[in-house]
Ligand binder design. Structure first.
Ligand SMILES: [Zn+2]
Length: 289
C-alpha cells in the first residue's frame, strides 16, 4: 500500500538531544528554521517548504526542536495563536500542500500539530499559571504547580465494514455532492480500538460488527488526530442511520467501489475519497485483497 498523505516524515527525531539543554542551545545557534505564516506553509522558489536560519528568529521566540534533517537541526517557532479549523475549510493552504513532495508534506504536518499544540497550551490545565517549553518542545512544564504537559495525539478509528462482498460507506452533510467514505469516530477514554470501532459503527449505522482488524494509520494534523484504519465484518444488512452524524449511509458492491476508485467523479454510483485521505488507501486495500 502506498503511504497516505502526512506519512513518511524525513526527520531523525533525535530524542536523546531533547533532554540535553546545552546541546540544544548549541544547535539553536546554527539551526534551520521552518518558515511558516502563523501555521500556514510558505514555499520557496522550488515549491518546497521555505527554510531560513534560527538566527533570523527573535531571541524571545519559543523554538521547538523538530529533529535532524539530513544531519542539521530543524526548528519551528511557536506562533502567536493556534488554529483548530478543520482541514476542509483551509482551501488556500490545501492548494499549497497538494503540490508538495510526500516527505515535505509529512514534515509540515508534524510541525503543524506540535506548534499548534504549543500555541494553545501556554497555560497550565491544572492551575492556570503560564507554562514554559521543555524537552526541546516535546513537553511544557508549569513552574507554579510542577505539572508536566505533553503534546497530544487524538486517536480516531476509521473503518470499512463488510457484509459478504458489500461495503458500508457513509456521507456527512458537509461532504462534496455524491461523496461517500468510511465511517469514523474518536476513540473514547476507556475503550480499546476494537471497542471504539464497534460502538461507532453501531451508533452511526445500527449494525453490530465482529473481527475488527487493522489496515494502516495516518497522522492528520488538523489539529492532531491519528487516523487508525480498520476493517470489520457484520452479519447485519439493515441500517439504522444516526442522521445527526450522517446524511446517508448505504451498502456498495465491489464493482461500484472499483468503478468509483477508477473513474473518480465520473463514477455512476458515488465519488470516492481523495487520495490524501486514508480512506482512499483503505478502499484500494479492500479491492486488492
Ligand atoms: Zn500548574
Amino acid at each position: 500500500m502506498n503511504l497516505p498523505a502526512f506519512c513518511g516524515h524525513p526527520l531523525d527525531r533525535a530524542d536523546h538531544l531533547r533532554s540535553d539543554p546545552a546541546k540544544l542551545a548549541e544547535l539553536r545557534g546554527d539551526g534551520l528554521l521552518l518558515t511558516l505564516e502563523g501555521l500556514a506553509p510558505l514555499l520557496d522558489g522550488a515549491g518546497k517548504l521555505a527554510l531560513s536560519s534560527t538566527a533570523d528568529a527573535p531571541d524571545t521566540a519559543e523554538l521547538v526542536f523538530l529533529g535532524l534533517l539530513e544531519g542539521r537541526a530543524l526548528f519551528g517557532a511557536v506562533p502567536d495563536g493556534g488554529d483548530i479549523a478543520p482541514a476542509y475549510t483551509l482551501r488556500e493552504m490545501w492548494r499549497l500542500l497538494v503540490g508538495l513532495p510526500a516527505e515535505q508534506l509529512a514534515l509540515y504536518g508534524g510541525a503543524r500539530s506540535l506548534l499548534d499544540w504549543h500555541a494553545r497550551h501556554r497555560f497550565c490545565a491544572r492551575c492556570g499559571q503560564p507554562t514554559v517549553l521543555a524537552k526541546g518542545g516535546w513537553q511544557r512544564d508549569c513552574a507554579a504547580c510542577g505539572a508536566q504537559h505533553f503534546p497530544r495525539t487524538d486517536p480516531v478509528a476509521i473503518v470499512l465494514v463488510e457484509n459478504g462482498d458489500n461495503l458500508l460507506l457513509g456521507r456527512q452533510a458537509r461532504y462534496p455532492p455524491r461523496s461517500y467514505s468510511a465511517l469514523a469516530g474518536f476513540i473514547e477514554p476507556g475503550e480499546s480500538i476494537e471497542e471504539g470501532v464497534a460502538r461507532e459503527v453501531f451508533e452511526e449505522a445500527g449494525v453490530r460488527v465482529r473481527e475488527v482488524g487493522y489496515i494502516a494509520s495516518q497522522p492528520w494534523p488538523f489539529p492532531s488526530q491519528l487516523m487508525i484504519g480498520c476493517h470489520a465484518v457484520t452479519d447485519d444488512t439493515e441500517l439504522t442511520i444516526d442522521r445527526t452524524e450522517l446524511e446517508d449511509a448505504r451498502w456498495f458492491t465491489r464493482a461500484e467501489v472499483a468503478e468509483a476508485m477508477e473513474r473518480g467523479e465520473a463514477s455512476s454510483s458515488f465519488v470516492a475519497p481523495l487520495r490524501q485521505a486514508i480512506a482512499h488507501h483503505m478502499l484500494r486495500w479492500w479491492l486488492e485483497r
